[in-house]
Ligand binder design. Structure first.
Ligand code: FAD
Ligand code: EPU
Length: 345
């Protein structure tokens, strides 16, 4: 039988993060069998090393080297748990590619993930920040998350209600040292109602001459929109949105809107409003700004980019200056969306 994992010493992480930051890990292991988790973790503990789970590295900023074990899940089985003819529940292991799952499920006639097409990363990372796009968050499709609990040293199945999902947030993101997601159970539908309300989706479908869209049509439209709006990490290093869209009290949003009538404000429930971080950053003049190889994308103001050889510290420094300027001008604090490894915000 093949080894459950291979351990590499002093591994280069540049190819393992989409911001293309050159960093190193003391150890790196690709885990092919989740049953080997306890042994891998015990060995890291015995070496006194912290552990960082890494999928495709599309939501991390390495501010320095990682003095421990980087663990990449490489198990990617799919199993059908239930099928009543209309609703289908699939259990998908952490190492399956996210966009590959979107594609594969649609090809099976299973709707539900179409609005989340083309988000980079692995399935195991999807619940960490509750990935969302074009009006849907993955939490709406999750039945349960299976994760290794490092505190209790056992595998657990957390029903969706126990995952504390919020906007770009979850129990797993709150306690990164505790959880290693091994599989996710998703609910699909053979006749789901499509979600077309996010700005641009209907227009994109209409532009393609589509009047009665299928779930696959929605995925194709979302892919086209995303390709136009966001820089491609294969061409320029980036981690998607670098900041979350800030949530503020309704009254604060109203005050800001009085001073800046063109400011986008979205209702967010519980007397909260969501502001557009991209808009705030653009208004502060940062769109397309460049300092050495660190920059803010000219295509989308919310995207921090690495033009070549920017270090994690340089990128973090620029991100801090961006956030400071927004806070100074608008009194709104921006929080980073990606996990920052090796520094605190
Ligand atoms: P990584 O970047 O490798 O990890 C992210 C975090 O999750 C880290 O803290 C890591 O330790 C943790 N983690 C990863 N896997 C596990 C696991 N199995 N168990 C425990 N912890 C784990 N996000 C959105 O929500 N919506 C978008 O529209 C979107 N668009 C993007 C566009 C671009 C161009 C890029 C580069 C990124 C975008 N993202 C978006 C962010 C990113 O793609 C998602 O957060 C994605 O889920 C990260 O997957 P990953 O495998 O790359 O995770
Ligand atoms: N805008 C600007 N300048 C820009 C870009 C956008 O002012 O350069 C303003 C416009 O007013 C635009 C608004 O921002 O209408 C919203 O822009 P967009 O639709 O691109 O969405 P976003 O709020 O910037 C969020 C997510 C994305 C997700 C899209 C689509 C966050 C932090 N980001 O971006 O997720 O793909 O919506 O749903 O919530 C990610 O998390 O990495 C990510 C890319």
């Amino acid at each position: 039988m093949a080894e459950a994992y291979t351990l590499i010493e002093d591994a280069a992480l540049g190819p393992c993060n989409t911001l293309r930051v050159a960093a190193r890990a003391r150890h790196y292991a690709e885990l092919r069998d989740p049953a080997a988790l306890p042994a891998v973790l015990d060995a890291a503990d015995a070496r006194g090393e912290p552990v960082l789970v890494l999928g495709e590295g599309s939501n991390v900023l390495f501010a320095g080297d990682f003095p421990g074990l980087v663990l990449r899940p490489a198990f990617a089985g799919v199993r059908r748990l239930a099928d009543d003819g209309e609703r289908v529940i699939l259990r998908v292991e952490a190492g399956y590619g996210w966009d590959a799952l979107v594609d594969w499920s649609l090809a099976q006639g299973l709707a539900g993930l179409e609005n989340l097409a083309l988000i980079p990363g692995l399935v195991g990372a999807a619940p960490i920040q509750n990935i969302g796009a074009y009006g849907v968050e993955v939490a709406e499709r999750v039945v349960a998350v299976e994760a290794w609990d490092r505190d209790e040293r056992r595998l657990r199945r957390l029903p969706v209600g126990a995952c504390a999902f919020g906007y770009r947030d979850s129990r797993f993101k709150q306690q990164p040292e505790r959880w290693i997601v091994t599989a996710v159970e998703f609910a699909f539908s053979r006749s789901a109602a499509l979600r077309l309300d996010y700005a641009g989706v209907r227009e994109e479908l209409a532009a393609g001459g589509i009047t009665a869209p299928t779930a696959s049509d929605v995925a194709a439209a979302v892919r086209r929109l995303r390709r136009r709006k966001l820089p491609d990490p294969a061409r320029i290093g980036n981690a998607g949105s670098f900041f979350k869209n800030p949530l503020v009290a309704d009254a604060v949003a109203r005050g800001l809107r009085e001073a800046e009538p063109s400011m986008p404000v979205y209702p967010a429930g519980r007397e909260l409003a969501k502001l557009s971080a991209a808009w705030l950053i653009e208004r502060c003049g940062w769109r397309g700004h460049r300092e050495g190889d660190a920059g803010i994308s000219a295509q989308h103001a919310l995207v921090l980019v690495n033009h070549g050889a920017a270090t994690g510290a340089e990128l973090l420094g620029l991100a801090r200056r961006v956030a400071d300027s927004v806070c100074e001008r608008y009194g709104v604090r921006l929080e980073p969306e990606p996990r920052i490894v090796g520094a605190t915000w």
